[in-house]
Structures are given as C-alpha cells and as structure tokens.
Design a protein around this ligand. Structure first.
Ligand SMILES: [Zn+2]
Length: 412
C-alpha cells in the first residue's frame, strides 16, 4: 500500500463516520413530532410540550451546523497537509522529540479550541439561555475554559510526554508501559475525582440536617450505605438541569446530588434517586466499568504499538520525518470503526446497569417515587420522549424514559 492510498482511507473514514452520525441524527429528528406514549402523557402540558419540540429542533439544527462546519475544516486541514505544516513549526522550535510532540498537539488543540469555542458559547448563551436553562455567566464560562486548559496542559501534556518517552526507550513494546501508566491513572482518577477535580469547578457540601436527611438516613440504614458519603453539589451555578451520580470506590465512594435535583423533587423522590445511585454501588458498576475500560485501553494501546512505528502513516499525512505524534493522529482516525463498536457495547452495558440500578431502587425502596422523579426531571430538561430506537442503541447511555417506566412498573 502506498501513502496516498492510506491518506484516502483516512479521508473515507472521516466522511463515513460523519455520515453515520448524520443519518442517526436525521432518523431521530424525523420522530420529534411523534405522539407521546400514553404512559408518559402526564410529563408535558400543552405549553411545555411545544417548548420541548422547539428545544429539540433548535439543538438538532445546531448540531448539524456545527458538525458540518468541523467536518469541512478537518477535510481542508488534511488536504492542505496541515499536519506536516504544524510538524514543521514544532521542529523549527526544538529538536527534542518529546517537546516536538507536545508543541504539535498544543498547536492542534489551540486551533480546534478557537474553532469550537464560539459554538459552545452559542450553545450556552443563546440556546440554553433562550429555554431558561443557563445560569452560567460569561466570567464563569471563560474561567471554566481556563481551568480546563490548565488541566489539559498539566495532565494531558504529562501523560503524552511520558508515553513518547516510553516509545523512545522501548519502541513498539512501549504500549505495555503506557498501559500500566493509564491503568494507574484511571484508578487514581476514579477514586479521587471527587476530591481532586470536582472542587476546581464546584462546591460540595454534606447533607444538611432536616427532614430530607432523616428520610435518607432511614433508607441508607436499610441498605448499609453511610450517610457521610452523600454530598450536595452546586450545579445551579451553571444550569437549571438536575443530576445525580455515584463515583469512586472503597473509602472514597460517594453519591453526589445536584442542588437543582434537591430543589426540584419531593423528599420521597430524592430518596428514590439516591436508592438508584446506591444500586450502582451495590452492583459494583464503577469497578466493572473501570476494569472494562482498562482492558479496552490495553487493546487500543497494543494496536497502536503495531501501527505507530510504521512510517507509512506519517507519510500519508505528508510528514517526511516519521514520528509518534503524527502516527497517533492517523491511528486515531483509522481506529474509529473499532471505537464505534466499543462505544456501542459500552452504551449497551451502561443501559443494562441503569435497569439494574432502577431494579435495586424498586426492590429496596419503591418504584412510584422513582417514576415520578424521572418524569419530573424529563419535564424540567425538556427531554425528547420519542427518540428513534436506532439512535437510542448507538447514543443513549440510559434507557429511554418509556423503557424505564415500563421496567419500573412491572411487579417486583
Ligand atoms: Zn444511573
């Protein structure tokens, strides 16, 4: 195979994965106006239903526009040998291969951030604002961006530098060392995410005394979950949308409830949501996810080890000096069919876990308050109640509201 063929295979992969996404979005959008299932008739009144219709349409138009724009920019960048150009710039600054890699990705990330920031700004301050979701300020938006950048430089840069260094030391068997590094990193992040990363963006506080705390205490005692592992987070500083999640394991396990969720729901419903999160913990979902992602990372890195040392991938992108960083770009795109399959399977697993957590809440607490909380949360975030089944299979990490309703309404 010659480099030109590889180049066109890369281009084909970019276009095909874009096309698949667009077809799924289009299929989904064709069902926006479907009648709402009878079981969910009480989610929307006339006015909020109309509002949800225009919210879905605004989002889907915006997604089509922004992804179309990014596809165009990406293709132009490939056809003008953009990677070769950036590589030349990096090499004119330093000879050190690790620094070249860091500068190379630095320039590409800055470039893509400049292009995508106007879109995320529009999404937050125009679309979310218009529908009454946005609570973020311009100052907060840019402060978040800055913090994100600092983290990318420190963490992303650090990991990349180490991996290129491993590659220099051990060639294509670098992947074993990189795998160990990623596994340790994933373990630390999973465990300490709530203590290391979340405080940079949000405040978390323990449950206040009061009737809610007492109800949660009564439930927690029945399933053996300690109350000091439950935190309220100030999600309301960015959006009115509500959420709750379980994270960590061992001594670091915790359930985080958004303050918006606590405000929107009745005490009974909050306990039901909490019971769902305890279900994630009791069914070891975090640990299974972590183990799966470590195995998948190992597989990806092993393949990368085979591919990255082949000069043809650098040549395909018009770069004469073969390098790890350019090989990584080519690999990243050629890997999309595999990552498409793995993300499909991970979504499948995640939806299965959601059913298990719902079942746990149903069996240890009650189904009715969980159903009413899910309906309320759907209403408050103007959720799409009629997604296309194929779209759900590929894109949804949670079952649809109707599926969860049907599962929860079945007898124990
Ligand atoms: Zn869940």
């Amino acid at each position: 195979m010659n480099p030109t063929t590889v180049f066109y295979i890369i281009i084909a992969f970019i276009i095909i994965s874009f096309a698949i996404d667009q077809i799924l979005d289009w299929l989904n959008a064709r069902h926006f106006d479907d009648p709402i299932p009878a079981e969910l008739a009480d989610v929307y009144d006339e006015e909020s239903y109309r509002k949800s219709q225009s919210y879905k349409k605004a989002n889907s138009k915006f997604a089509a526009l922004s992804s179309g724009f990014m596809l165009l920019v990406t293709l132009v960048f490939f056809f003008v040998d953009g990677f070769a150009y950036v590589d030349t710039i990096a090499r004119s600054i330093t000879d050190n291969e690790i620094l070249v890699g860091l500068i190379f990705f630095g320039i590409i990330l800055i470039g893509s951030d400049i292009l995508t920031t106007p879109f995320s700004y529009y999404k937050t301050f125009v679309i979310e604002e218009r529908f009454g979701f946005n609570k973020s300020t311009r100052a907060l938006f840019f402060a978040d961006k800055l913090k994100g950048w600092i983290m990318t430089i420190l963490v992303g840069g650090g990991l990349l530098a180490l991996i290129i260094w491993f590659y220099q030391l051990s060639g294509s068997s670098f992947w074993i060392y990189a795998w160990i590094l990623f596994a340790i990193f994933a373990l630390i992040m999973n465990m300490f995410y709530a203590k290391l990363i979340v405080p940079l963006f949000n405040k978390q506080k323990p449950l206040e005394k009061g009737s809610l705390r007492e109800k949660i205490e009564a439930y927690s005692a029945t399933v053996g979950f300690k109350l000091d592992n439950i935190f309220i987070i100030d999600g309301s500083k960015r959006s009115t949308k509500a959420n709750a999640y379980f994270s960590g394991f061992g001594s670091e396990k915790r359930i985080t409830l958004y303050d918006t969720l606590v405000n929107d729901l009745e005490d009974e419903e909050i306990v039901a949501v909490l019971a769902h999160e305890v279900g994630h913990y009791r069914k070891n979902h975090i640990i299974i996810n972590l183990a799966t992602s470590i195995v998948l990372t190992g597989f990806t890195l092993w393949l990368l080890g085979i591919f990255v040392s082949q000069p043809i991938f650098s040549e395909a992108l018009g770069v004469t000096t073969p390098s790890f960083h350019v090989g990584l770009i080519a690999f990243g795109i050629l890997y999309t069919p595999i990552s498409g399959i793995t993300s499909f399977l991970m979504n499948l697993l995640s939806r299965k876990f959601e059913y298990q957590a719902d079942d746990f809440a149903k069996n240890t607490f009650a189904a009715a308050p969980l159903i009413s909380s899910l309906k309320k949360l759907s209403r408050n975030s103007l959720s799409n109640l009629t997604p296309h089944p194929l779209y759900v299979k590929f894109q949804y990490s949670h079952p649809t509201l109707l599926q969860r309703y049907q599962n929860l309404s079945q007898a124990k």
